[in-house]
Design a protein around this ligand. Structure first.
Ligand SMILES: Cc1cc2nc3c(=O)[nH]c(=O)nc-3n(C[C@H](O)[C@H](O)[C@H](O)COP(=O)(O)O)c2cc1C
Length: 175
């Protein structure tokens, strides 16, 4: 039964999260979506490979969701890629092949900083190249990333609600 969209959230500090917490609370209520908080899924630093494989086999598409930390994802998604993707992708049964994957990220900086002229000197597409290359190497289908900028604790409720609608639409598109 692979009609589920699996959201893999990498966030080491979800208790103090405003933005990702808000988005996650939405996807918990949506049918056909299953949610995994990667930081809470490790025991002694390791994921349960068989449990993760089972979840992936039930999945029609994946979402890699995270706040940008130092122009990358937090560590738990990188751990997941190393520990879970490697044994699947380099096996005779790479069932990730053909599976769509979308990055959804939140960033503290404003969108104009993610330009060649801006403070960060690079675009979002450039920043996410390692994720795109990883998806490509796994034979997955890279979907256009969805980013939210200027995410801070004092974000007005109206902005959160607007973001939530965009988020919902991008998830539903994967169904
Ligand atoms: C350790 C750390 C590193 C961060 N690095 C970046 C960064 O490189 N670029 C950026 O735009 N925001 C950066 N931020 C801001 C976070 O992306 C922002 O706080 C987060 O997306 C807000 O989502 P949340 O409410 O779910 O935590 C960083 C925050 C922390 C705590």
């Amino acid at each position: 039964m692979n009609n589920q969209i699996t959201i893999l959230l990498s966030h080491p500090n979800i208790c103090n999260s405003i933005f990702n917490k808000y988005l996650v609370d939405i996807n918990r209520k949506m049918p056909n979506f299953q949610f995994r908080h990667l930081d809470k899924s490790k025991v002694n630093g390791y994921f349960d490979l068989e449990a993760e494989k089972k979840l992936l086999r039930e999945s029609k598409a994946l979402v890699w969701q995270f706040p940008i930390y130092w122009y990358n994802s937090p560590a738990s998604l990188r751990d997941w890629q190393d520990q879970i993707m490697s044994p699947i992708v380099y096996s005779a049964d790479n069932f990730l092949k053909g599976m769509p994957v979308r990055v959804v990220f939140t960033a503290g900086a404003a969108a104009e900083h993610y330009t060649h002229e801006g403070l960060n000197r690079h675009t979002v597409e450039e920043m996410l190249v390692p994720f795109e290359m990883t998806a490509n190497a796994a034979g997955m289908i890279w979907k256009k990333p969805l980013g939210f900028f200027g995410c801070s604790p004092d974000m007005p409720k109206a902005a959160l609600e607007k973001a939530a609608q965009k988020y919902k639409d991008s998830l539903l598109e994967l169904l």
